[in-house]
Ligand binder design. Sequence first.
Ligand code: KIV
Length: 282
Amino acid sequence: MPDKVTVPLIRERKGGPKITMVTAYDYPGAVIADQAGVDIILIGDSVANVVHGMDDTLGMDIDTMVLHTRAVQRANPNALVVTDMPWLSFHISPEETVRNAGRLIRDGGAEAVKIEGGLKRIPMVQAILDAEIPVMGHVGLTPQSVHAMGGFKVQGKAVETARSLIEDARALSEVGCFSIVIEGVPDVLGEIITKEVDAPTIGIGAGPHTDGQVLVFHDVLGLGQGRYPKFVRSYANLAEGAVEALKRYVSDVESGSFPGDEESYHVTDEVAAELLRGQKSD
Ligand code: KIV
């Protein structure tokens, strides 16, 4: 039985061995991720896109994130369980932020929370940390800022914006985030931020030099619809396999070959004969 992954153990992974994180949003997904041996399961607000079919993550709320977290936690994973704080759950006041983070912990069973944003969010991060809740930061392409960014665009391509992302990550590390996701930035910036901060970095579309990597469950397994972002590597095409399997099921039902003898319950021949006696014949 592998040991339970904890926040201090993730902190110790700065510089290696590489940290592995994948999203999961329900019980079977969590069981699969945990059996594969990932270090961290993230109940990402990407659940909005890949499970609820939304165009962005802005539609998620704290109740929905609690629901998905509880489903994941029922798998009792060895992986550390981290939940995304959804948009507007950490923007209004430190008090409301702590209450919402507390719901993910108490009602959902999360072991840490993740927050998008840098310097602007430091007071909220501080308030959550003061309530003894570990925080994972998230800088770069932060999907909750889709309208402010003018779309899902790679961030930090110019010197000034790159420098401000380094400042964001530095501030998150200094305030006490136990790790920082870096999303959608040039590889050199992923490398620089990783060198600049004490907290382990976990990249997604941030090149190979971060302390770990994260991908979305449906992208890794090829369960998504349509095209994947450039940074995704799909290790299976389960959607295609699932459609093929369901087509065979449909065909078997239509042809009458399912259910067969093996999939049916039986009584003894005597009981069957008695039941069938006197039945109208076709
Ligand atoms: O919501 C999510 O899945 C995420 C990861 C992509 C880091 O934030």
